[in-house]
Design a protein around this ligand. Structure first.
Ligand SMILES: Nc1ncnc2c1ncn2[C@@H]1O[C@H](COP(=O)(O)OP(=O)(O)OP(=O)(O)O)[C@@H](O)[C@H]1O
Length: 362
């Protein structure tokens, strides 16, 4: 059963509709990432769930009961923000302790709980520092500690890693799932960073135009996006898209012309025969060979870019179609730059097809 439920939530500001009949169910202990570009209403949804903003329609249920008549305190929902929102005149210990003091817990228990959570978050050595004496990463951990310390029923994190540097973001991405599990927290996590969404979500809700365009596991969102829009939001370098019109030839095989070259799509694609569509293939599913290969598309290497431990190449077919490929790091590619010829192959198991008009995945 859903532990947290948003039912038919709508919210507009004047004529601007932000959320439209949006529904969401989150299981106990589950982490759902709300992902979408700036301004789609992620924060508005969190504020409605927290009870600091009224929706125009719909309701929020926690543990099967409507909480619409309860204020933020009673709902047992904690929120942490991208700007940390720490009390500047209190040290880290007092910042973390503040929700416990508000609940008038005994001093001994406050000490114990703050120390436990500070140890877990690795800030136990800076508990006597004021916020201005903390690094951004430590501020973020302090803010997180304050949200978690009273064991909220639902933890909502609004883009908490936006203002920390890349190294800390990476560390936290690895650490947060362990922390969420330890606290058995039910989590709603907002981000605009697709890598963070893929790393942290048990499920990802892709928010576009006021509702969820797709709500699925990271694997499914990445490998089987519902449509072209979702496919385009995940991946760097982005997915390749080629406009095609597959046709079946004499021997029953379905072909499509990509970059001027007929490519066999495999018998399983018969259903696409004659249909205007777009073939989507992620750069990591494009192979590159310097010998002719069956079903290969002739290309020239236009550009070679080292990309972390992978190498991204921009390939150009004779009719000037561009294909991005991303391979495990390969130093020999660096010397191949400068119009070396090659052959690109598409991993047909992993290609996807989108309707040319609607963008829906076929
Ligand atoms: N009080 C308000 N009055 C009018 N419009 C508002 C108000 N609060 C938010 N909005 C609008 O609602 C939309 C959604 O805002 P929201 O802050 O939820 O976006 P977001 O998805 O969280 O974006 P970001 O990722 O940049 O934080 C925005 O277009 C914003 O301008």
């Amino acid at each position: 059963m859903a532990y947290l439920e948003a039912r038919g939530i709508s919210k507009a500001f004047g004529k601007k509709r932000v959320l439209e009949d949006l529904s969401l169910e989150v299981g106990r202990g589950e982490c759902v990432v709300l992902f979408g570009p700036s301004g789609v209403g992620k924060t508005i949804l969190l504020r409605i769930i927290a009870g600091v903003l009224e929706p125009d329609a719909g309701q929020i249920l926690i543990d099967g009961r409507s909480v619409m008549d309860q204020g933020p305190e009673e709902r047992g929902v904690a929120m942490a923000f991208q700007n940390f929102a720490l009390y500047p005149h209190m040290d880290a210990f007092e910042n973390i302790a503040s929700p416990l003091r508000a609940r008038r817990l005994p001093e001994q228990e406050i000490k114990q709980r703050v120390h436990d959570i500070a140890t877990l978050l690795r800030i136990d050595h800076v508990l006597d520092h004021l916020p201005r004496q903390l690094s951004n990463g430590q501020k973020q951990r302090t803010s997180l500690g304050r949200s978690l310390v009273h064991g909220p029923a639902v933890l909502m994190l609004d883009d908490p890693l936006r203002n920390v540097d890349a190294k800390i973001r990476y560390e936290m991405r690895l650490e947060l799932p362990r922390i969420f599990r330890k606290f058995e927290s039910t989590v709603l996590y907002v981000t605009q960073d697709y890598k963070e969404a893929l790393a942290l979500g048990d499920r990802i809700g892709v928010l576009l135009d006021g509702r969820f365009e797709q709500l699925d596991t990271p694997e499914t969102v990445y490998r089987a996006p519902r449509n072209r829009r979702v496919a385009n939001l995940f991946g760097d370098p982005p997915i390749n898209l080629f406009r095609i019109r597959p046709t079946r030839d004499g021997d029953g095989e379905v072909h499509a012309v990509i970059g001027g070259q007929p490519v066999a799509l495999g018998a399983a694609r018969n259903r696409l025969d004659g249909r205007e569509c777009e073939l989507g293939v992620r750069p990591e599913d494009v192979g590159l060979s310097f010998e002719p290969v069956p079903n290969g598309i002739p290309v020239e290497l236009e550009a070679v870019t080292p990309f972390n431990v992978r190498t991204v190449t921009l390939l150009k077919t004779p009719d000037a179609t561009e294909i991005l490929a991303s391979q495990p790091e390969d130093n020999s590619l660096a010397t191949a730059r400068g119009h070396r010829k090659g052959w690109a192959t598409l991993d047909l198991e992993r290609t996807m097809f989108f309707d040319a008009k609607t963008g829906a995945r076929l």
